[in-house]
Design a protein around this ligand. Structure first.
Ligand code: ATP
Length: 352
């Protein structure tokens, strides 16, 4: 088993610089997700690792072995695509075993390996069918089976769940995680869905505009975002990010003083971040709260979102229990949990 080590990797398409001198180490046997908005370069990075694209600069190693000079077939990886890319005229069994057939592995061994994988994926009863006679979720399993049967060193997965409906996607998240724990194969998984990244990964690589913003466990990127981009990207509803000032050791938002310690050397003008889940409702005038007027109220099942206008163009959202009521234009206040406040430097975006 080997780490995947990427150093100084750049890729441009014409004048479009998609990856910028990217460094990344994927530890052996881990499930690592590349997470970021559409167009940030996730798929390009995965295709470079697979050998489906050539880098403009940099190196990719699997352990000690440099692989970016090798053909895709010599890298011992298996890729699962969003489209599944099954052969429509072949049976499920032949689809799963085709990679073995190409490698001239004999029929008895092929049959045994196809059977073993189909058993794990619970698709034994589908082996004789053609892809068109399968549901989306079943096709997805066949595509996974085709990757698993090859026993690759590394799985590369490009949004493999995005064509499934929400319920099946949720079920498959758990199954993929379970397969990973059973097989222990290093997996690099691309998604723009933070729920997938947070629920399945050992490590999340948050990317934006071809640059790695933060690498950490799901807990780390959620609880200690390295910068404003990660803070705003991870979490639903997104973290509130508002201008704040500190003077003489006192931090204030729109004139409201908050009991928050500011690290020494922090600039006078800051950005304060607080998650909607870390704001409680209080009465206007209570100490340590930010007053305002209810701007919008939304019930989202067992929770309620209350959006409060603090000043023109400055709003905060709190997520509270549904029994907490509020009416539009009510005067209220939000109490931030002082232990859950994040501070950022507005010039660099870095967490303080
Ligand atoms: P998505 O989630 O939408 O798939 P992504 O983060 O995977 O996005 P990429 O598919 O890697 O992003 O694309 C990154 C950038 O590279 C985009 O601006 C895209 O237009 C460009 N790009 C990707 N492939 C090519 C190509 N073959 N030729 C030219 N430009 C490309």
């Amino acid at each position: 088993m080997t780490d995947v080590v990427i150093s100084g990797l750049s890729k441009s398409f014409g004048s479009n610089r998609v990856l910028q001198s990217l460094d990344l180490r994927v530890p052996s046997r881990q499930f690592v997700t590349l997470l970021g908005p559409s167009g940030c370069g996730k798929t390009t990075l995965l295709r470079l690792i697979a050998g489906l694209e050539k880098s403009s600069q940099g190196e990719i190693r699997f352990g000690e072995k440099r692989v970016d000079t090798l053909a895709p077939g010599d890298r011992n990886i298996a890729m699962v695509f969003q489209s599944y890319a099954l052969y429509p005229t072949m049976s499920v069994a032949r689809n799963i075993g085709y990679g073995l057939e190409v490698r001239r592995i004999g029929k008895p061994e092929r049959t045994a390996r196809i059977g073993a994988v189909a058993k794990v994926l619970e698709i034994l009863h589908l082996l004789a069918r053609k892809p068109k006679a399968l549901s989306g979720g079943q096709r997805q399993r066949v595509a996974l089976g085709r990757a698993m049967v090859r026993k690759p060193d590394i799985f590369l997965m490009d949004e493999p769940l995005s064509n499934l409906d929400a319920k099946l996607r949720a079920a498959m998240r758990g199954e993929l995680r379970r397969f990973h724990l059973d097989l222990g194969t290093t997996t690099i998984y691309v998604t723009h869905d933070q729920l997938e990244a947070m629920t399945m990964s050992d490590l999340v690589v948050v990317m934006n505009e071809g640059v790695v913003q933060q690498i950490g466990t799901p807990e780390e990127v959620y609880a200690r975002p390295a910068n404003l981009f990660v803070a705003g990207f991870i979490g639903t509803p997104p973290m509130n990010l508002v201008p704040a000032r500190h003077e003489g050791g006192v931090l204030s938002v729109a004139g409201a003083k908050l009991p928050v310690a500011v690290p020494p050397g922090a600039p006078a003008e800051l950005i304060l971040g607080i998650r909607p889940q870390d704001l409680g409702v209080a009465r206007p005038g209570d100490a340590g709260t930010i007053p305002g007027k209810v701007w919008m109220v939304e019930l989202i099942g067992s929770e309620r979102l209350i959006e409060m206008e603090v000043a023109p163009k400055l709003r905060l959202t709190a997520e509270v229990r549904a029994r907490q009521r509020a009416a539009i234009d009510d005067a209220i206040a939000f109490r931030p949990d002082p232990a859950q406040i994040h501070l950022f430097d507005p010039a660099t975006g870095a967490s303080l």
